[in-house]
Write a new protein. Structure first.
Length: 159
């Protein structure tokens, strides 16, 4: 099974680089959605109701971003790997500790991970700017969404 379609609209070198950057972005978005869902199930505290609902919305947004990234990759003839094995191999964020997490600590944890992924996506988008405007635009959209989410997450932190 090949990860590259034979009729891509872009040169092979461009597709390979775009595919690499999209693959890394995809596994980070999957890891974010897994962390968000785990924290949604295990957070507790005074803000549980609002945090629980908000985490559910974030997870849905991260899953939608996964579709944007994988869909753009498929459009240029690249098949991304969203398997658990790929996430384990390629995502280097610290895994969540098992057990319950206070709601404020859950938000802090997600702030760190979202900030890091947003920064990486920004760097990847910069790399793709000269290769393909549409792929660049797709990553800019992901970046913008992550940065908006980070703004809202930070707003929930108590000083």
């Amino acid at each position: 099974m090949s990860s590259r379609a034979p009729n891509s609209p872009l040169p092979d070198e461009a597709c390979e680089e775009i595919g690499k950057q999209f693959q890394l972005t995809l596994v980070e978005l999957i890891a974010l959605s897994l962390a968000g869902k785990q924290l949604q199930w295990t957070c507790y505290g005074r803000d549980l109701v609002s945090v629980h609902g908000y985490l559910g919305r974030l997870v849905d947004e991260w899953r939608a971003l996964q579709d944007v990234v994988a869909g753009r990759a498929a459009a240029i003839g690249m098949a991304l790997d969203g398997s658990a094995a790929a996430v384990i191999e390629l995502d280097d964020h610290r895994p969540l500790e098992p057990g319950f997490t206070e709601a404020g600590a859950a938000i802090e944890r997600l702030c760190l991970q979202v900030w890091d992924v947003a920064l990486r996506v920004r760097q990847r988008a910069d790399r793709l700017a000269a290769l393909d405007a549409v792929s660049h635009h797709a990553l800019l959209g992901v970046q913008g969404t992550l940065e908006d989410q980070l703004w809202m997450l930070r707003g929930q932190l108590v000083d």
